[in-house]
Design a protein around this ligand. Structure first.
Ligand code: ATP
Ligand code: PRP
Ligand code: MG
Length: 293
């Protein structure tokens, strides 16, 4: 297979230039072995060891760049993809940038439910999703489009209520607002263009996804090692929730073995207690960089 650098088959991936998604996306790309420099200063970044270049954009622009085929892939929140209505395909859900697009209004005010929005002014950076939500419920509202700091609009009397992203709810609370309903649950996604791609690019996307899937599986797993006496091995094997049979290796002490395996992270603490009770000692848990099964 020819893997020499060829700009016509180089993948172009859009990521957020500076914001909530940037560090996690950069960590992910570095975690799958893609090496690059100076992403803070440049808008296009060449990578050294994979046929891919990164385009650093405002997150709102990413779905349309991918739709138009300027970029082949993009890392962006589902909120932006849905708001723009871009013709792209989400191909992976990622575990960061989790938030929801919600309706909120001043605490103890006259708006207590979506029905109370009738005839009101609603400030938002998401006019399309907001309009659709209220149209579907036959509620007439006036949208005031604001690009940031939406939560202060009611205090400034610019609007009666808002539609904005919420995660912890801290920003709403700090501005005397309460959440009344949710329009959309969102998380970061990897989106792919629907434009026809060359066989070379399709192959690069496949290779990129194998790495990404390995990285994500690894993030949810831990490598564990423990020692046990030979007589306890069967009991311990029954407790271990691993996908495959564990590795059992003899130690210098004849009656003792080392047991190595990979388990889901969310099972580690409960299993660790049971393993100790079953006779395991010197239990070590290690993070895994990647898992290609
Ligand atoms: N409070 C939050 N918790 C978790 N994820 C969030 C939160 N707020 C936003 N997000 C997600 O992170 C994305 C980027 O948020 P950010 O605030 O950096 O956007 P922005 O200010 O519009 O940036 P840009 O300058 O790129 O347009 C959002 O589109 C959403 O998917
Ligand atoms: O529920 P919370 O955890 O308080 O998060 C919600 C806030 O987070 C986002 O803004 P961000 O902090 O990204 O700043 P921005 O408005 O400048 O984009 C969003 O627009 C809300 O204002
Ligand atoms: Mg934005």
């Amino acid at each position: 297979m020819n893997r020499t650098k060829d700009s016509s088959t180089s993948l172009r991936i859009a990521i957020q230039k500076s914001g909530r998604l940037t560090d996690k996306t950069i960590d992910l790309l570095e975690g799958i072995g893609i090496e690059f420099d100076n992403y803070k200063r440049n808008l296009i970044v060449k990578t050294r060891n994979f046929d891919v270049e990164l385009l650093l954009l405002r997150d709102d622009d990413i779905p349309e760049y991918v739709q138009d085929g300027v970029c082949d892939l993009g890392f962006v929140g589902a909120n932006e993809t849905q708001e723009t209505g871009a013709d792209v395909t989400p191909i992976r859900d990622l575990q960061y940038g989790k938030c929801r697009l919600s309706l909120a209004a001043p605490k103890d005010g006259e708006i207590q439910s979506p029905q109370d929005f009738e005839g009101k002014k609603v400030a938002t950076s998401y006019p399309n999703l907001t309009r659709r939500f209220f149209e579907e419920r036959d509620i007439n509202i006036q949208i005031v489009e604001i690009s940031g700091a939406v939560e202060i609009a009611p205090q400034l009397k610019v609007a009666d209520a808002i539609v904005d992203l919420v995660s912890s709810g801290g920003t709403l609370k700090a501005n005397g607002l309460v959440e009344l309903d949710t329009i959309l649950h969102s998380q970061t996604q990897l989106i792919r263009t629907n434009k026809e791609l060359s066989p070379g690019k399709k192959e690069l996307i496949e290779r990129f996804l194998v790495r990404m899937d390995g990285y994500q599986k690894a993030a949810k797993s831990r490598y564990i090692m423990m020692n046990a006496s030979t007589s306890n091995v069967e009991r311990i094997k029954e407790i271990i929730p691993s996908m495959k049979s564990p590795t059992v290796m003899p130690l210098a002490d004849n009656d003792m073995v080392a047991i190595h395996t990979v388990i889901p992270l969310d099972k580690f603490w409960t299993v660790m207690e049971e393993l100790k009770e079953a006779g395991a000692s010197d239990i070590v848990m290690l993070p895994i960089e990647s898992m290609i099964l």
